[in-house]
Design a protein around this ligand. Structure first.
Ligand SMILES: Nc1ncnc2c1ncn2[C@@H]1O[C@H](COP(=O)(O)OP(=O)(O)OP(=O)(O)O)[C@@H](O)[C@H]1O
Length: 386
């Protein structure tokens, strides 16, 4: 997959699913190979909006893998196609994690240029769960102009920033309604809230989508607006937003991905130099490797310097919500709780922004942003000097 883009809204009902589907259709119309993963498993609406209740078919009898459903030139998977659209779902965070894992690993997506994720609404958990499970190229954040939605959106944006996931821009939906008789713009849900937010945070405003009956009708008819009413003002605004998003992704280049399994055998000699480079594609590191049984090496792309980080120190510094209080920032994990002989099981990149470290004690929810790893390395170097 070249790019994975999360479409997120902090509040429910602001039009995130409608926008996700139509952005996906716009990308497919531009000739790209496109997938859509409906990870809004609390309220999966993509099956309904795409107008199909088809069930995914198994790759072969007895196999777990399934082919995604295909409609309107895109491949997609939604809980709506697995459980039926009318079944209400109450899932806990851990189950969300499991479903995401299955959607990623058991759906045979084939080669894709873009995978769009219809995210669950929310400001913290949803973003953390997905940001930690999937290598995102970036996020498109949908809001209405309403103050309430904008306030929540700010909190959601902070979560993206914390994880280091680039925000590609803000898309303001339901911005205004054009009066049939007089052509006046009526601002039904507040005025310019998304535009102001984009300006305050220095983010691109990807568009302002009007409220139109056609948008609603297309969703209910199971036929995306961009195909059903391509000349509707809302369709034109979404298409323009899609062009900006695809352009930003093209400038970024494809997601850089690497992983390796930790070798649990004791090393005869430390690997002070990286065995191979992983760099390029905008990654801030040019190599990440196992230095010894309990040390991780990182070579920084910018200056070629090398940092060696003890695995125990990394485990003690895990920034995940289990180890650090999300709200106060206070450390919940005590240093002494980390076993002396802790090592790693697996290391993999997350987008261009972080490493996911799977520790030998089974803890795997820590996403270590590269800037945080660099800060940890500097702290350690300073402490070794004194
Ligand atoms: N610009 C618009 N004009 C008119 N109706 C719209 C517009 N955008 C979305 N809608 C309608 O608003 C409703 C909610 O949209 P949608 O399901 O896309 O929102 P959502 O943010 O994904 O919601 P949820 O949080 O429930 O998943 C749908 O009926 C949709 O057709």
């Amino acid at each position: 997959m070249k790019h994975i883009v999360a479409i997120h809204s902090a509040k429910g009902g602001v039009g995130k699913s409608t926008i996700t589907l139509n952005l996906a259709v716009a990308a497919a119309q531009a000739g790209a190979r496109v997938g859509l993963m409906d990870v809004d498993i609390y309220g999966p609406s993509q099956a309904l909006m795409a107008g199909t209740d088809a069930r995914p078919t198994y790759v072969a009898e007895g196999k777990k893998q399934v082919f995604p459903i295909e409609a309107h030139g895109i491949k997609f998977i939604s809980m709506g196609n697995l459980t039926g659209q009318k079944v209400p779902l109450i899932w806990r965070g851990a189950m969300v994690h499991g479903v995401i894992h299955q959607f990623c690993n058991e759906v045979v997506w084939g080669e894709l240029d873009y995978l769009f994720l219809d995210m669950p609404p929310g400001t913290g958990d949803a973003i953390l769960t997905i940001g930690q499970s999937i290598s995102l190229s970036g996020a498109v954040v949908v809001t209405t102009p309403q103050d309430l939605s904008v306030t929540d959106t700010r909190r959601g944006l902070q979560a993206f920033q914390q994880l280091g996931i680039p925000v590609l821009g803000i898309l303001e939906n339901m911005s205004y309604f054009v009066c049939d008789g007089c052509d006046d713009r009526v601002q039904l849900f507040g005025s310019q809230g998304g535009a102001q937010l984009a300006q305050d945070l220095g983010l691109p405003l990807l568009g302002q989508i009007p409220v139109e009956g056609d948008v609603c009708d297309a969703g209910d008819a199971g036929n995306p607006l961009l195909l059903r009413q391509p000349d509707a003002p809302a369709a034109k605004a979404i298409r323009a937003a899609a062009e900006t998003v695809l352009q930003a992704l093209a400038e970024q280049g494809p997601i850089a991905a690497f992983d390796f399994t930790w070798n649990s055998d004791l090393f005869a000699a430390r690997q002070a130099q990286p065995p191979q480079e992983v760099g390029g594609q905008g990654l801030p590191v040019s190599a990440v490797w196992q230095v010894s049984s309990d040390e991780l090496g990182i070579k920084w792309a910018k200056d070629g310097s090398i940092s060696v980080l003890p695995v125990r120190k990394l485990r003690q510094s895990c920034p995940c919500a289990v180890c650090v209080d999300e709200y106060t920032g206070e450390k919940k994990l005590l240093d002494d709780q980390v076993p002396q002989d802790i090592s790693l099981a697996k290391v993999h990149s997350v987008g261009r922004y972080a490493l996911a470290l799977h520790f030998s004690d089974g803890h795997d929810s820590g996403i270590f942003r590269f800037d945080r790893l660099r800060a940890l390395a500097r702290e350690r170097e300073a402490s070794l000097r004194t």
